[in-house]
Unconditional design. Structure first.
Length: 216
């Protein structure tokens, strides 16, 4: 099976661990690279954004399997039979890959595809934020509220969460790994319908600073 993946170096490092030789993977830095491999079995766009031109191009790749990394945008807002996965930093490296798809036949193909990456698909409802990123975003948000109230330091909150829940990262470490602008963006989107998701002021400020940094 030939698979073409548009990914950042960080995403490649997470998803590319331990790929067997039987899976022929070509890594490209944008979907323009897909055009060099017009007959591949599958295309994975981990750099996806829902622009009209990008979606239209990805639709032309059918009948190949088309996978998009899309945490915020559900498939109900996207035309075409795509598979949607949780591609945020830290989540691609997990053995369980959170995904949504509206077609059972495509689900079976996706499971075969990602078995080659040593990943098991976990199918969840087609909602913004999936399940795990909603949970992590809320934990991060509560940590920022706690820090705003001067209950404890960031380092102490991270340590308490790791020791108390056996999480691999504390909430502030998670925010740094994922990107505070992504976390705040998801919370802002979810808060339109449910006020409990309203992001903390300190998280929003950090997200704005992060987005304004020319390094990013």
């Amino acid at each position: 099976m030939q698979v073409i993946v548009a990914a950042s170096k960080e995403q490649q490092a997470e998803l590319g661990q331990g790929i067997p030789e039987s899976l022929r993977v070509e890594w490209v830095d944008d979907t323009a690279g897909f055009k060099r491999f017009p007959s591949a079995d599958a295309y994975i766009d981990l750099l996806f954004h829902p622009s009209e031109n990008r979606v239209a191009f990805l639709k032309t790749l059918k009948p190949a399997i088309v996978v998009i990394g899309s945490v915020l945008y559900p498939l109900r807002d996207l035309p075409g039979l795509f598979i949607r996965i949780n591609h945020w930093p830290g989540f691609l490296a997990r053995p369980l890959l959170e995904a949504s798809c509206t077609n059972d036949a495509i689900k079976a193909k996706a499971e075969t595809l990602f078995a080659g990456f040593n990943r098991q698909m976990t199918w969840v409802p087609d909602i913004p934020g999936f399940i795990s990123t909603r949970v992590i975003a809320m934990i991060i948000n509560e940590a920022y509220f706690t820090w705003e109230e001067k209950v404890s330091s960031r380092e102490e909150i991270d340590t308490a969460m790791k020791l108390g829940t056996n999480y691999p990262y504390g909430p502030f470490e998670w925010a740094g790994k994922i990107g505070p602008q992504k976390v705040a963006g998801l919370l802002e989107l979810l808060s339109v319908d449910q006020s409990r998701y309203k992001p903390a002021a300190s998280l929003k400020n950090e997200a704005n600073e992060y987005a304004a940094d020319p390094e990013y």
